[in-house]
Design a protein around this ligand. Sequence first.
Ligand SMILES: Cc1ncc(C[n+]2csc(CCOP(=O)(O)OP(=O)(O)O)c2C)c(N)n1
Ligand SMILES: [Mg+2]
Length: 792
Amino acid sequence: MPAILPFPAPATDPKLVAAIEMLDSRLRWLSAWTIHNANHLRDSRDGLKVGGHQASCASISTIMAALYFAALRPHDKVAVKPHAGPVLHAIHYLLGHQSLDQLQRFRGMGGAQSYPSRTKDRIPVDFSTGSVGLGVAITAFASLVQDYLIAHGQLDPATAGRMIALMGDAELDEGNIYECLIEAYKHDIRNCWWIVDYNRQSLDHTTADRMFDRFDDIFATCGWRVLTLKHGKLQQAAFARPGGARIAAWIDTCPNADFAALTYQGGSAWRARLLTDINDPATIKLIASFDDAALARLMTNLGGHCVATLLEAFAAADDDVPTMFIAYTIKGNGLPFAGHKDNHAGLMNPTQIAELRDSLGIAAGAEWEPWAGLGDNAAAVLKALVAGSALAHAPPEPVAAAVPVPAIPAPEGSEQSTQAAFGRILLDLAKSGHPLADCIVTTSPDVTVSTNLGAFVNQRGLFRRSELKDVFHAARIPSPQKWMGHAAGQHIELGIAENNLFLMLAALGLAAPLFGTRLLPVGTVYDPFIARGLDALNYACYQDARFLLVATPSGLTLGPEGGAHQSINAPLLGIGQPGLTAFEPAFADELAVLMHWAFEHMQAANGGAVYLRLTTRSIPQPVREAGDWADHAVAGGYWLRAPGESATAAIAFTGAVAPEALAAWEALIEDVPGLGLLNVTSADRLHRDWSAARAARWTDRDARPSHVETLLSALAPGAGLVTIVDGSPSALSWLGGVMGMRVCPLGVDRFGQTGDLPDLYRAYRLDTDAIVEAAAELFLPRGAPAPPRHRG
Ligand SMILES: Cc1ncc(C[n+]2csc(CCOP(=O)(O)OP(=O)(O)O)c2C)c(N)n1
Ligand SMILES: [Mg+2]
């Protein structure tokens, strides 16, 4: 059952409580002023709304003051709800870690970001937030990563911290929270706190009463301790007085919207409503003992605004049990629009902010002064408290040593699929005993076996803090897959929830900066289902998490298994996603080269995550001659058949359709002398390099040609291109624009059909005939009708 105050917790030092109350006021003020400055005082050049969320900040400032200045431990990591970014900046400003200039440029170029950002803010940010729900869930996965590192002897258990999410209550509506909750329960996570700023307001309105008492049940069912901080000390004291129990009961049944509206209306409205609803002499007498201002203070004295209550609750969770704190709060607490349902983006006007400033004793002109309006004694106490907080002594994020990447030989075989080759490469690494293999952590949302991770898992085992027996193995039931878990295991098996995959990869991919140990996470997923977790993928990349995403099978090349499993726009995601370098190799030896590059890129200072789009289609492998194809494959493409001098056309292909491209090349080479055959291993890299080179010509005066320009300059001016990819044709059609060439793009722009490959390739025009026809089209006058099809 969820626990409601009073917790069995030590009494809290009243001096500490008073000091934190003052810090709470500082944070509320500085966050409000930072937003005010950006919206009302700073010049606007574009007339756009700047924004910022004074009400969301005021709602959580007490919680953050109590957490950061009293409860936080040195190794704890915190995800701060996006709209409390200014409070986090204010905390670091008081600590001396944040500059005035950054605050004054809040939401401006290079200034403090709108939402806490690991990569863009200058203060230490443990987890970025912004897309609600994701910043919450990553803390659960980070606690799993912490346990993984401890179990592998890579982190001293004495340095284990709590992974803490400070979240808005509307974040509880995000589905990814519950996907995460289920996964976290399966993995028996520890050391995780979720502190809900339970103001019962979202962006649009007050939140539904029907969920009121359900969240605690849901969390308790999933193994969480739930501590509900409903009432502050003032309320608790009043409830203990004669007639007080009726007020407590009234609050319990008061609808969210009514409570919010009364908060906004203030003392006399509270009085009128309570006296209407409660006809009890003792309660009437109790109410009469408060004037309007005191009554408003009493009624809004919720747990999340009561420092003593918060400190007691934090102290009551002094173990490793995952804990949810439901801290009742008021959105806009202490501000003129407190409780108003439209206050999410509300901004105080100049008169209102001046009134708030005056109420805090801050002189006009001293608004940015961290300790303004305090007497010398109070200021000294606060400075000492801040200087003694864990955050003041937090070391900078560690820099993990790089792990050397061994040579990765290409798997042997004259016919192979890239998916099978991927499995072989990981298996060989697992068997090699090379230190790199010990850093690899694999993970998959229930597609471990079908994406060929199985052999690696057989070698290295599933990760489980407590042993998991393989019942089938023990019963000697034949199975190619060993499924036993232990503390040294290197595969984290997830249920089917792609959001979880990307959040897991984000947490694993941040192990180096968060915990000082480098992990090389490899996650597998079916290519179409990347879209299912796309925002979480973007979130992982935005935080600069380093991982290898292997998506397979892909396209309609999965044939009879296809239909609803057909990925079409994944190549465009690969081109469009910052922080993720996408490759689609055709051959096994390319894959080996690209995996080597990926493991280095995942560790490089300016590196990032890598996405490999693979296939189950087994195709003949090329016989290589010496040359620089491997470097070019990494750069994004190479001539599989070099164009002849002044060639008037080329075929550019990607991935699994290599055999069709080669067959078409052979069919055409006599008619189109010098025809080139370009293997595009990464449309993403080619396009990025092309953009960068063009920008550099204007910004850095650097005339270096991009790789794609170098490749295509081998063709005659005005040559034509046929492009083909098992995915959206626009992934390659842009190649025509690089040198102003005519282009006939082939690809897939319809969804959902099963069939064998000859039928599918024919129906979707990915076959050799289609390439030959497209090549013919290059030489027809523009707009001329195509000749009738002849088939042998
Ligand atoms: C995924 C996502 N959808 C929508 C938004 C827009 N949005 C920003 S805040 C918010 C509501 C936040 O309410 P809550 O979490 O309760 O925070 P608080 O009341 O403390 O401001 C919404 C819908 C968002 N940031 N992320
Ligand atoms: Mg809210």
